[in-house]
Design a protein around this ligand. Structure first.
Ligand SMILES: [Zn+2]
Length: 187
């Protein structure tokens, strides 16, 4: 791609996030609204779903993870891999419900926390509280904040500060690290 094309791409991504920002501003105007979303996340949880608590760790030997997870989920969750942008069916998921860690079923985001970032990865402007731990990652020569599931330690993605108002957070999640549990109807 030419330098000009690349700059235009960046501009388009910027417009996308500005647009997404407006859409969310109507829905959640301030940090009080965000706190409400975090506090009341269970209203989007399907009635029959048994959510494990984040304080109950799931530690398994590597061979067991290999057996339980698909090769792609293993690469992302256990090896900190990154799925190809635009490949996750969860990009288009718009139903009400909860996104759980595909390694251990811990609920990590709700449908009300999701927005269209235009990046090709499922993106969220906040999380269910207390479900992720973070660490600094310098793999791409710039410092990024990696985050992983508090319960199973599985890698999910990176959090950036170019998300929509009011949080400005963009939790950029690999779709394969998530499983969607709709509030009603079939998964
Ligand atoms: Zn997990």
């Amino acid at each position: 791609m030419t330098r000009r094309g690349w700059l235009q791409g960046l501009l388009a991504a910027g417009l996308w996030s500005a647009f997404g920002g407006r859409a969310i501003a109507q829905q959640v105007r301030d940090m009080k609204g965000i706190e409400e979303l975090q506090k009341n996340w269970k209203v989007l949880l399907a009635a029959g779903f048994k959510a494990p608590p984040p304080g109950e760790p799931l530690k398994l030997p590597d061979a067991e993870w290999k057996k339980r997870l698909s090769p792609m989920a293993y690469d992302v969750l256990r090896e900190e891999g990154t799925e190809r942008a635009g490949t996750s069916p969860l990009n288009a998921e718009k139903r009400e419900g909860v996104f759980v860690c595909s390694g251990c079923d811990l609920p990590v985001f709700t449908s009300a926390m999701k927005y269209e970032s235009g990046t090709g990865w499922p993106s969220f402007f906040t999380t269910i509280p207390g479900v992720f731990n973070t660490k600094s990652d310098r793999k791409l020569f710039v410092s990024r904040t990696e985050y992983h599931c508090k319960r199973c330690g599985g890698h999910h993605g990176h959090v950036f500060e170019d998300g929509p108002l009011p949080t400005r957070q963009r939790w950029c999640n690999n779709g394969v690290a998530l499983r969607f549990v709709p509030k009603t109807g079939k998964a």
